[in-house]
Design a protein around this ligand. Structure first.
Ligand SMILES: *[C@@H]1O[C@H](CO)[C@@H](O)[C@H](O)[C@H]1NC(C)=O
Length: 268
């Protein structure tokens, strides 16, 4: 009796843990020939990159709007030339996409967090940031809140970027095409670190990035996050990030847009 009670309690606990995200249930390894591994009963996923190949995975589910958190610990040490991409994307030639890309660096030099938003196949909306911590020393939470009015990128709960629905100005907004979650670790030493000047040091391979604590909420009309916006405190935090950690904003790059910025840049 006691044994069977203990047994059903442990089954219940397993069920609760996996509801919070289990890599075996929620994701498929899609490439990398054994370099991507799901470990600890689905609680941890690792991607590896060596000279032969990178690796990647994707979600089984598709999301049409979502609130998605993932903890990542990036390639440590000399990660120059490597890119860890973590993004949502739909399919087809007029796809939508919401990107986090982490560009590695030499030991002690900062990673760049590169972000972009594609709507109906058009991106060119890059913003880049340094982080206020070492993203290789521990796991940190990278979140995407995507509702019909806005997309908010956050790091450890601090918003770093907001892309608002500006359909009223003729800017397409992702809202009809369901997206999957994708992640991959690959070699991009032709452009990633100092614009491609620093090459991948293959003597340091394999390079490894780790994932845990995946949480997702698919949309339901009643979910509060479906109409969530940045409150005053979070607007201040976003401004703090932009002031101190933003290193590139396409909306400030007048050389690139000599004839005027894209309409979504004019937030006045
Ligand atoms: C790498 O470090 C250099 C030197 O601090 C810096 O200029 C660069 O932005 C860093 N990040 C990347 C991805 O190149």
């Amino acid at each position: 009796m006691a044994a069977s009670l203990a047994c059903s309690i442990s089954i219940l606990l397993i069920a609760i843990v996996s509801a919070a995200g289990n890599f075996n249930q929620d994701f498929d390894v899609t490439w990398g020939d054994g370099r991507a591994k799901i470990l600890n009963n689905g609680q941890l996923l690792t991607l590896a990159l060596d000279k032969g190949s990178g690796s990647g995975f994707q979600s089984k589910h598709e999301y049409l709007f979502g609130k998605i958190d993932m903890q990542l610990k990036l390639v440590a040490g000399n990660s120059a030339g490597t890119v860890t991409a973590y993004y949502l994307s739909s399919k087809g030639s007029t796809w939508d996409e919401i990107d986090f890309e982490f560009l590695g660096n030499l030991s002690g030099d900062p990673y760049i967090l590169h972000t972009n938003v594609f709507s109906q196949g058009k991106g060119n909306r890059e913003q880049q940031f340094y982080l206020w911590f070492d993203p290789t020393a521990d796991f940190h939470t990278y979140s995407i809140l995507w509702n019909p009015q806005r997309i908010i990128f956050s790091v450890d709960g601090t918003p770093i970027r907001e892309f608002k629905n500006m359909e009223s100005r003729g800017v397409p907004f992702p809202k009809r095409q369901p997206m999957r979650i994708y992640s991959s670790l690959w070699n991009a030493d032709d452009w990633a670190t100092r614009g491609g000047l620093v090459k991948t040091d293959w003597s340091k391979a394999p390079f490894t990035a780790s994932y845990r604590n995946f949480k997702s909420e698919a949309s339901s009309a009643a979910a509060p996050w479906m109409s969530q916006q940045l409150d005053a405190t979070n607007q201040q935090r976003l401004a703090w990030v932009r002031r101190n950690y933003m290193i590139y904003d396409y909306c400030k790059d007048s050389k690139r847009f000599p004839h005027g910025f894209p309409p979504e840049c004019n937030t006045a």
